[in-house]
Design a protein around this ligand. Sequence first.
Ligand code: ADP
Ligand code: MG
Ligand code: MG
Length: 193
Amino acid sequence: MLNQETAKKWLELFIEQLLENKAYLSELDTAIGDGDHGNNLARGANALAEVLQTKEFETLTDLLKTTGMTLVSKVGGASGPLLGSAFISMAKASQDSDDLATVLEAGLEGIQKRGKAAAGEKTMVDEWIPVVDAVKANKLTVALIDEILEKTKNMKATKGRASYLGDRSIGHIDPGAMSSNYLFKTMIEAGVY
Ligand code: ADP
Ligand code: MG
Ligand code: MG
């Protein structure tokens, strides 16, 4: 169930995962990018942790919006504005709906509006699109979230920094899909789904 309480738990668990896996995320980005994805997100995670500890939130919308704005301003790189946009769009959608599929779909739209990536271009949207579909169909599982991630391995990047590598981007997990994999697994763990 998506509400202010479960969403806060979700964000806390997501922060934990990002900090625990900072080195791994940057390692994935070293293979096909500039090696900073884990560091970028850890900066955002630390800033968000501070905000969650100090600020009182009136509503779910308020919580999601502040999260998005913190990520946009602190993460940097391509992923900051993209993930931040997702949360800002989810905040907007949460004003009218507490249906998780509806809210996540708005998040995906926010990412695509900003980044223009479609399915199969080896980006975080290759994690988001199938996950949103699975939430809609009520069949999301942790195993499925991992299966979706694995599929980014054999994709050739045509968006973002990894696209400079062309065919050499094939054979590596996309770092942004990995961080979104943590986002969705912690969503289950927190009882949001
Ligand atoms: P940068 O590439 O600027 O160093 P990061 O390393 O933090 O930024 O993030 C890289 C990740 O961002 C990629 O692995 C990919 O998932 C995601 N990404 C890059 N460009 C796009 C885009 N146009 N749309 C969606 N996701 C993207
Ligand atoms: Mg990078
Ligand atoms: Mg960078």
